[in-house]
Design a protein. Structure first.
Length: 500
């Protein structure tokens, strides 16, 4: 495990940032021409109150006694000393002389170490940190602000939100921090981070909330507070404070092309942390609901083809057999728009709403089916490791619209075996796609199997061709094709040209 969780975003994102900086500098220069002073005639003085910047010394003195440094020893990993060179070659012999094992010698096993941060949340010694700080640890040590170092026990961990709860025994009540209301944090608010960057315990940095609700591609629970307070390797798990001294987030990740702080950090909101910690304290783990349906986002074209007013909701691509979704009557092609009183704008909203519900509880799903609103009641199962709350993610083929244009073939026994199709799969195999035609632009691929057209199942090539011809009669129409791709069901919208 890396000493930090400096999660890297794509290099393209970094390039966009650099390009934006360059353009911003150009705009600033153009906005201040050399003759601006000559053209200005006695501009009126504007009375403006002086801005007073806050001091953080009093806040730091109050909170730092409850911030801790975490050191872990990771489980030993085997270090390979196998030569990368051809056996018997001169390079191989030199490698063996310098690095190789003696005959009969066991492979080297080398333990690792990691540094992180954390904070006390009660007087009894419970410590919150990031899961990635302690995930592979064989031993965990917590160093208090007064210099004492104590062995910690891992009470529980939650991979999905990257939160872990530890327990230390200090023999006396300890100073602790209150989890505040992260919903009160607004872009532009001052924040303070305290932690252990690069092993420098008790380091204090300050900045502002840059944005809320950031999704950095780590999963359905991404809802990060973006900050520009400097956080680095070792800050993971440390607290983020508002000016009232309450914890509004847990510092978790940075965007960094270089590995150091560039003013883009991410913290888990305290409201999410509170829910996770409460479950870990009660059960030793986090229990989440499980639905058992693959979903995909709605594009404008798909929404139109499904007769929906706007592209909001989670489109069900596949329902797992004998799952809560199947028993509750959910079908492929349904669009889930609400779970109880919670609106669902996309698959991530659905996964969160289902995951936040208790296993065994009954939830009310509001769905759109063939243009009509329906309500279903589903009793949820418990989410297990490796599952997604709403089910496996459906394939998300790109849908950009275009003319139709596919060559279809029947599902022969050989095709069924080659494409690993279930025995009950009917429809037509896409054998070829005309370039710059309907299928290519809609994201269809050779080998996709069309199993439904415009909300109706199709049995064979003839039925598929007939259903497509019927659906394309209206210029500018969007046709919803249901396909099988790599064993998973998904929808693709094919938009017809406005002029035939």
């Amino acid at each position: 495990m890396s000493p930090t969780n400096s999660r890297r975003m794509r290099a393209g994102f970094a390039a966009v940032l650099m390009a934006g900086t360059a353009l911003g500098g150009l705009a600033f220069w153009q906005g201040h021409p050399a003759n601006a002073q000559a053209n200005a005639i006695n501009p009126p003085a504007i009375s403006q109150p002086a801005l007073s910047l806050p001091g953080f010394a009093d806040l730091t003195a109050r909170v730092r006694p409850a911030v801790v440094t975490i050191t872990t020893t990771e489980r030993a990993t085997q270090v390979s000393t196998r030569s990368p060179f051809p056996p018997g070659s001169e390079q191989d012999q030199q490698f063996q002389r310098h690095f190789g094992q003696q005959q009969g010698e066991q492979p080297q096993r080398r333990p690792g170490n990691a540094l992180g941060s954390g904070f006390l949340v009660d007087a009894q010694g419970h410590v919150v940190t990031n899961n990635h700080v302690v995930r592979n640890a064989s031993t965990v040590k917590v160093k208090l602000d007064d210099g004492r170092e104590l062995t910690a026990r891992v009470v529980g961990r939650d991979e999905r939100t990257d939160i872990a709860l530890l327990k230390i025994e200090a023999g006396q009540p300890l100073p602790f921090l209150a989890l505040g209301d992260s919903n009160s944090a607004r872009p532009g608010d001052w924040v303070v981070a305290v932690g252990n960057p690069f092993g420098l315990g008790g380091t204090v940095t300050a900045g502002i909330v840059s944005a809320r609700g950031r999704d950095i591609g780590q999963g359905p629970y991404d809802d990060f507070i973006q900050i520009d307070a400097s956080i680095n390797s070792g800050n993971s798990g440390g607290p983020l404070f508002g000016l009232d001294g309450s914890v509004i987030g847990v510092n978790t990740a940075i965007f960094s092309p270089s590995g150091g702080s560039v003013g883009i950090g991410f913290a888990i909101p305290s409201n999410m942390v509170r829910q996770v910690v409460a479950q870990i304290q009660a059960n030793g783990r986090v229990e989440r609901g499980f639905l058992g349906a693959s979903t995909q986002p709605l594009t404008p074209a798909l929404a139109r083809s499904l007769r929906m007013a706007k592209p909001e909701g989670a489109l069900v691509g596949q329902v797992e057999p004998d799952s809560p979704a199947a028993r509750g009557g959910l079908r492929a092609g349904d669009v889930v728009t609400r779970v109880g009183e919670t609106s669902v704008a996309n698959p991530r909203d659905l996964a969160r709403a289902i995951g936040d519900a208790r296993p065994g509880s009954e939830v009310r799903l509001s769905v759109q089916r063939e243009g009509a609103a329906q309500e279903l009641r589903v009793t949820l199962a418990e989410l297990r490791d490796g599952q997604a709350a709403s089910g496996k993610p459906a394939a998300e083929p790109e849908s950009r619209g275009g003319p139709v244009g596919v060559a279809l073939a029947p599902i022969t026994p050989q095709a069924r075996q080659q494409l690993n199709l279930p025995a009950n799969a009917n429809g037509a195999v896409i054998a070829a796609i005309r370039p710059d035609s309907p299928a290519a632009e809609a994201g269809l691929r050779e080998g996709d199997v069309i199993i439904g057209v415009a909300g109706r199942d199709v049995a064979d090539v003839q039925a598929t061709v007939g259903a497509i011809r019927e659906a394309v009669r209206t210029p500018g129409a969007a046709i919803a094709l249901r396909i099988l791709r790599e064993g998973r069901s998904a929808f693709v919208a094919v938009e017809m040209p406005a002029q035939g």
